[in-house]
Design a protein around this ligand. Structure first.
Ligand SMILES: Cc1cc2nc3c(=O)[nH]c(=O)nc-3n(C[C@H](O)[C@H](O)[C@H](O)COP(=O)(O)OP(=O)(O)OC[C@H]3O[C@@H](n4cnc5c(N)ncnc54)[C@H](O)[C@@H]3O)c2cc1C
Length: 462
């Protein structure tokens, strides 16, 4: 290890008269105030610029992830594939602590959840994006285990159905406070309908296969859902089913309890990444649910699904930011610690150029996600979708750059870079593939574009 290196190639040392840090320090008091220049950790800078409640949340989540997730990253990634319904002891431990730390319940304020009134000044999707970035930076799989739960809760909260919120959300919060994991999952995907449950055009041409039929005062549900994150370990599942004889436009959301005898977890997928979180295939066989298991009313499911995705796509974009940031950190550390010709790699400008590109891309993603999510009190599909596809695509490119820098060292599981690549790829598939999210941007603009075509508008600006 080289000690006392005064500068990297192509730069003057921080104490040199030509270095901005030194030269601006020599200015008079007022000049120093106007040109304020300090060597600052960029994460710290971003955190300081956030409003106080969000800065607090960001620091809390970072500290939580480093304390409770970091020790389990490899253990959970390498754990053997288990039977559906089995939680690894490390995952159970994580869930208990995440519950006590308020990270599973902070969509809503007390007594329904753990958000404070101050938190509620900021859009939920923005708060959640900040949270998810910190968790994803440490482990994509553990982050998904925690975050899929909030996805399962979202349709209940977004329905505005106070009866359903009181019935389902409050007991969940009380359990988590006591350290009892009480997970929710979100079930829209069917074996024959992935993109078609996220896109109106596809839904129009396809037939739903999970069907709810009226029986007595309730409904019986039949069919299968697949790839449901945490579906085998959740206590409740928000299931979207079509009414008998009708199409996806009749979708209705039912909360199905895990102990329902008509529900079975058939298997979990052996995924390439995010292995700490399961993806379950669920079977519903004459699964009876009482009428009060319905959320938001009959035929409200399609709207609830689209509204849920409009808010959950920001956190998915933030997952990508967290993983890209980790790739930057790993690459920086590698270039500091590894020597070439007796100097750290970072001394060479080729490496500096690559690292600067990775850092810029990551910060551009975060700027996009924060800018769009901070205005998302009533979320716009186009903004959520473009954040999702742009950030996840570019984050994969950043992880590839990181892998190129680490070369063969990047292939080792313990280095973390190969896991980032496996994890980031999944974010480009779920919550709508990136193709579907691109189409969603145009779908949102369609009314304006059609008006323009009919001569009823002068222009459509973006
Ligand atoms: C890790 C993981 C976790 C998941 N968690 C959940 C969950 O918790 N709950 C849940 O319900 N689902 C979940 N899913 C499912 C996920 O949302 C679907 O995989 C996704 O919507 C894509 O569906 P599909 O895989 O069936 O692909 P398909 O819909 O079969 O698409 C195949 C290809 O065709 C393209 N395509 C499809 N339609 C169009 C079109 N109209 N125009 C252009 N291209 C098109 C797609 O982009 C894709 O490239 C999860 C998936 C993964 C990988």
């Amino acid at each position: 290890m080289i000690k006392n290196l005064l500068h990297f190639e192509g730069h003057v040392s921080p104490g040199h008269a030509l270095n901005p840090l030194h030269s601006m320090d020599e200015l008079g008091k007022l000049g120093r105030m106007l040109t304020h220049y300090q060597a600052t950790d960029l994460w710290e800078l971003d955190t300081q610029r956030l409003p106080a409640p969000l800065a607090k949340l960001r620091r809390h989540c970072r500290q939580f992830a480093e304390q409770f997730m970091a020790p389990n990253v490899q253990k959970l990634d390498e754990a053997p594939h288990t039977e559906p319904g089995t939680l690894h002891p490390a995952a159970l431990h994580l869930l208990k602590h995440a519950g006590r730390a308020g990270l599973m319940t902070n969509l809503l304020p007390a007594p329904l959840g753990s958000a404070t009134m101050l938190d509620l000044r900021f859009p939920t999707a923005f708060r959640f994006a900040i949270q998810v970035e910190e968790l994803a930076r440490v482990c994509g799989g553990q982050m998904l285990l925690l975050s899929a739960h909030q996805l399962g809760l979202a349709p209940i909260c977004l329905s505005g159905d106070l009866r359903a919120i009181w019935k389902f959300v409050r007991p969940m919060t009380q359990d988590f406070i006591k350290g009892i994991p009480h997970l929710f999952a979100y079930a829209i995907t069917e074996p024959a309908a992935g993109s078609d449950v996220e896109d109106g055009h596809g839904a129009l041409a396809n037939q739903p296969r999970v069907i709810a039929k009226r029986q007595g005062r309730g409904y019986i549900i039949n069919g299968r859902k697949c790839f449901i994150s945490g579906g085998d370990v959740a206590r409740h599942i928000s299931v979207f089913a079509a009414l008998e004889g009708e199409g996806f436009e009749s979708w209705t959301c039912f909360v199905v309890s895990a102990d329902n005898p008509g529900l079975e977890s058939l298997r979990t997928e052996l995924k390439m990444g995010m292995r700490a979180s399961s993806a379950a295939e669920l079977s519903f066989t004459d699964c009876y649910v009482p009428a009060d298991a319905m959320v938001g009313g009959l035929r409200q499911g399609w709207a609830l699904n689209r509204a849920t995705l409009n808010s959950s796509r920001y956190p998915v974009a933030a997952m990508a930011v967290g993983m890209a940031r980790r790739a930057c950190e790993l690459a920086l550390e590698y270039c500091l610690q590894t020597q070439l010709g007796g100097k750290p790699l970072l001394s060479y400008q080729e490496y500096q150029l690559q690292l600067a590109q990775m850092i810029a891309e990551t910060r551009a993603m975060r700027a996009l996600v924060w800018q769009q999510a901070s205005g998302s009190l009533q979320s716009h599909q186009a903004e959520a979708s473009l954040s999702k596809f742009f950030a996840t695509d570019r984050a994969q490119a950043v992880c590839e750059m990181g892998m190129a820098l680490l070369a063969e060292h990047g292939l080792h599981n313990h280095e973390g870079m190969e896991k980032l690549l496996r994890d980031i790829r999944l974010t480009r598939i779920f919550e709508g593939t990136n193709q579907i999210n691109r189409l969603a941007v145009i779908e949102d603009l369609q009314p304006l574009l059609l008006d323009r075509l009919a001569g009823q508008r002068d222009t459509v600006s973006v």
